[in-house]
Ligand binder design. Structure first.
Ligand code: IMP
Length: 232
């Protein structure tokens, strides 16, 4: 690498160096100021889809970190009997073990004809965790022959936030019906068999934007971000 002094006079070189250092310092200052304005908050998930959605919603106000970002690879036990309880366990785990302010979410599908099941067991209703096809098959089997007017159900999301030593809870829900067969290939989980009351088609037939506008999670997150926007 040739020495810059070979190309510049000594004075010019020093001036340039000072300019560079000055610009560098300014950039660092600006970087620090921007980041000082943004508080770190952990979202107790590693679900990339949920993370990018929340990062977008909180851009400029909060620096949203994932569990992986804080080095948490724990298998957090979700042993509560309610979605609120599981959300609480996750948020408290992060606060107690890692010291971060944190929020977490948990969702359940509550089907009235099944006494509120699968509810807190939604992820593994068919027997295998996160196997949506098996989960849907089980629901359709159990509801076989049940007429539409008795196939009422709702998705409910609970969010627990631990911030500045206080705990807050937010809920979002969407009422609908369980269809008799799958519709659409969009979304995930039970989306192909859930038709919200306020829509003409199943969640599985909607774009992500259409779903987020009326979904349980979208509504719970809207309450969370509205609350956070009132904090300094
Ligand atoms: P989680 O608490 O967000 O992990 O949700 C638990 C389970 O509920 C998931 O594994 C899915 O089976 C189901 N679920 C949650 N949100 C949705 C949704 O928006 N559409 C369909 N199924 C969902």
């Amino acid at each position: 690498m040739p020495c810059p002094l070979e190309y510049l006079g000594k004075l010019e070189y020093l001036e340039n160096l000072e300019n560079l250092e000055y610009l560098d310092n300014l950039a660092s200052l600006e970087y620090l100021e921007n980041n000082e304005l943004m508080k770190d908050i952990v979202f107790a998930t590693n679900n990339e889809h949920k993370l990018s959605e929340l990062r977008q919603l909180m851009a400029g106000k909060y620096n949203v970190l994932s569990l992986a970002d804080i080095g948490c690879h724990d298998d957090i036990p979700e042993t509560a009997a309610t979605i609120e309880g599981n959300a609480m366990i996750k948020a408290q785990w992060v606060k107690e073990h890692y010291g971060y302010d944190c929020f977490s979410d948990d969702t359940g599908l509550e089907i009235d004809a099944l006494g509120g099941e699968p509810g807190v067991h939604s992820a593994r209703y068919g027997g295998v965790a996160h196997d949506s096809e098996r989960n849907i098959d089980k629901v359709l089997h159990l509801l076989h022959g049940v007429p539409l007017e008795r196939r009422t159900a709702r998705f409910r999301t609970a969010i627990v936030l631990i911030l500045d030593g206080e705990t807050h809870q937010f809920e979002g829900k969407v009422e609908g019906h369980i269809l008799t067969e799958r519709h659409g290939a969009g979304g995930f989980g039970y989306d192909p068999i859930f038709k919200p009351v306020e829509a003409e088609c199943a969640f599985g037939e909607m774009t992500a934007e259409q779903k987020n506008r009326i979904s349980h999670r979208g509504r719970a997150v809207a309450k969370l971000t509205e609350f956070l926007s009132t904090r300094s």
